[in-house]
Design a protein around this ligand. Structure first.
Ligand code: NDP
Length: 324
């Protein structure tokens, strides 16, 4: 028997239950991973609440790292005992094990430990596509990144800094401002008490920014558009405060021929080739030390509901993992 977190209906953190289950054998093209650490992501909250499609009864979580313990027919690339990490498994990684298609797993370099991988795969691959593909930030770019002290934000601040960019990061309190600065943010704005567009205007001498990375959604949408330079790009990649709805395209014209994109990891890591390229890029910055995956919180698997409460209540910084 093994433990797995299941939910029978969408709802608050209390719907998450610990179940004893018998892991199934991997089918053709699948592997079973004995998890050593599991990643927690804000996306898991969207799934639990039903904002993103969920079909309960269901498992939760798509990220983790561990050791291959069984392989299905036709699997040649991995064998029992191999160390692997993954970010796009079928829902259910909040568990002692994960059964998943082999093409979503990547061999974990010896220099990267399981906790780092579980804390950094999904968030790190997200940052990879955001700052290297969606808008390839360059030296001396000044960019605005919301929720800069969070999991994705902490990686983005470090990686963008390593690329020579000036990151203006938004945060909700002084401690989070210190965290963002430690991670390489050039300036921070407390968006709970300061006007973000006014501060961006001051900090850029009126030039505004060529790109805004916004995962907060509803609460920040209008201000984010107001921070963009003419023909700037709004990257709306999350909904921590609620989804953006009822967009008026005329606002893009008024802001100066602005661009908007609503990207996702699955839209970028959509082929084995692209997934491997993105992993190579991520592992290289982790191994060089340019990006340190900072684990701010660890919860036991059975405390997954508490972990969700902490993340939703804005009490976390950096990445959160479930330990086994
Ligand atoms: P974080 O650790 O960044 O936690 C979310 C943060 O959002 C909070 O800590 C908080 O920071 C901020 N926030 C602002 N308003 C709210 C609110 N009303 N309620 C809760 N939090 C709020 O989470 P992750 O690193 O896991 O994910 C960051 C974002 O990136 C999420 O929105 C997620 O959905 C998105 N994402 C998108 C992906 C994609 O491919 N599209 C992939 C991965 C993540 P503060 O207190 O400083 O405001």
């Amino acid at each position: 028997m093994a433990r797995q977190i299941l939910f029978n209906a969408t709802g608050g953190p209390e719907v998450l239950e610990v179940a004893d289950v018998t892991p199934r054998d991997p089918g053709p093209g699948e592997i079973r991973v004995a998890n050593r650490a599991v990643g927690l992501n804000f996306i898991d909250i969207y799934v639990r609440t039903g904002l993103y499609p969920a079909n309960p009864p269901s498992g939760l979580g798509t990220e983790g790292a561990g050791v291959v313990e069984a392989v299905g027919d036709g699997v040649d690339d991995f064998a029992e005992g191999d160390r692997v990490a993954y970010a796009q498994a079928p829902l259910g990684s909040y568990a002692d094990f994960t059964v998943m298609p082999v093409d979503k797993a990547i061999a974990l370099p010896a220099a990267i430990d399981f906790e780092t991988a579980a804390a950094g795969m999904l968030k790190g691959l997200t940052v990879q596509y955001l700052i290297r593909q969606t808008y390839a930030i360059g030296e001396d770019d000044t960019i605005l990144f919301h929720a800069a002290a969070g999991g994705v934000g902490s990686i983005a601040c470090q990686w963008a800094h390593a690329l020579g960019a000036h990151v203006i990061g938004t945060v909700s309190n002084e401690d989070k401002a210190s965290t963002a600065h430690r991670n390489g943010a050039w300036m921070t704005i407390d968006y709970t008490r300061e006007s973000v567009p006014e501060r961006v205007r001051e900090l850029t001498d009126g030039a505004m920014v060529p790109v805004v990375y916004d995962s907060v959604g509803k609460d920040t949408w209008a201000d984010s558009l107001a921070c963009l330079a003419k023909r700037g790009l709004m990257v709306s990649f999350g909904n921590a405060s609620g989804p953006v709805e009822g967009v008026n395209l005329a606002e893009l014209n008024k802001g100066g021929s602005l661009f908007v994109t609503r990207p996702s990891l699955n839209g970028y890591a959509d082929t084995r080739e692209r997934f491997e390229m993105m992993c190579d890029d991520l592992f290289a910055v982790i191994e060089s030390g340019d990006v340190k995956i900072r684990i701010g919180q660890r919860f036991g698997l059975e405390q997954a509901a508490d972990a969700h409460r902490a993340l939703a209540n804005r009490e976390t910084t950096g990445s959160t993992i479930l330990t086994l």
